[in-house]
Write a protein that binds this ligand. Structure first.
Ligand code: A2P
Length: 278
């Protein structure tokens, strides 16, 4: 029997409610909060096991205790590492193997979370700089929800520019709430005030700022609106999270500006992570 096949009958109350055995490499946690933003997007929070440690920006595999071999999908942790609970931001995919069930969760239900977080969208994978851009589309906002609430981000960079582009206006709501929360937080607010800039755009509805982030960069509108010079590899760093197509197009653009992709093993001037869906 491998370690992942081993079954631990964890004492956690969430685990004891499950009809299926909980594998040893998985935490069984209780849902504490669910909020639906649109018919496509929701956030939820679960209890945090004392031993669960992660770096802001990392992701973890989550699933539901609804089968002998449950479906797991990668979810960025959206809460900061100092939070008592763990927050996730999710899309609802019709007939998605996980999200068709996950979107129905209620407070008190059990969510499974593999014990080991991972990922490249972390401050450690970037070399120091003056300004960090966090480019997100859709649920690609999630890892940045964690990073903008981490004091370390402000220790490393003078300015944090979070861009969020969605198809429709309602999909910007979670990000707007987060930035407000961040600015008013007794701990992070001190760092974030005046240094965290939230730049939103919408592509499929009338909105004061319209267009894909790649187009806004290409035309120079992004930099003009922000009142900053175009991206300069000497001082600017970037993190990208969105669909595969968005990652590829944004990477190409950043490389034209001279940024170089980094990793945990080899920090450089930008990093990417796919926003996983289904
Ligand atoms: P658009 O409406 O023009 O497709 P999705 O929900 O499909 O991931 O899209 C989220 C946002 O990302 C949308 O505003 C979408 O714009 C935008 N987007 C999609 N593909 C790209 C891309 N290749 N580069 C930049 N933005 C993109």
């Amino acid at each position: 029997m491998t370690q992942s096949d081993e079954v631990s009958h964890a004492s956690a109350s969430a685990a004891s409610k499950s009809a299926f055995p909980i594998p040893a490499n998985v935490f069984a946690e209780t849902v504490t909060h669910v909020h639906h933003y649109t018919d496509r997007l929701f956030k939820f929070r679960i209890t945090r096991p004392a031993s669960f440690r992660f770096r802001s920006g990392e992701f973890v595999m989550i699933g539901l205790p609804n089968a002998e071999r449950p479906v797991f999908r990668a979810y960025s942790v959206a809460s900061p590492s100092w939070d008592e609970e763990v927050e996730f931001y999710s899309i609802k995919v019709p007939d998605g193997p996980l999200t068709e069930h996950l979107q129905k969760i209620k407070v008190g239900d059990t969510v499974l979370m593999r014990k080991k977080p991972t990922g490249t969208l972390v401050n450690d994978a970037l070399i120091p700089g003056k300004r960090v851009y966090m480019f997100s589309t859709g649920t690609g906002l999630a890892p940045f929800a964690s990073l903008i609430r981490d004091p370390e981000t402000y220790e490393k960079f003078d300015q944090v520019i979070l861009t969020h582009t969605c198809r429709e206006i309602d999909e910007l709501k979670y990000g707007e709430e987060l930035v407000e929360l961040c600015n008013n937080d007794p701990l992070v607010g001190e760092f974030a005030k005046g240094r965290l800039i939230h730049y939103t755009s919408v592509t499929r509805q009338e909105f004061p700022r319209m267009g894909r982030i790649t187009d806004l960069m290409e035309s120079g509108k992004l930099f003009k609106d922000l009142g900053v010079p175009p991206i300069d590899p000497e001082v600017d760093r970037a993190m990208i999270c969105g669909s595969m197509a968005m990652l590829n197009d944004t990477k190409d653009m950043l490389e034209k500006f001279g940024l170089v992709e980094g990793s945990n093993a080899r920090p450089a001037s930008y990093v990417v992570e796919r926003a996983f869906v289904d």
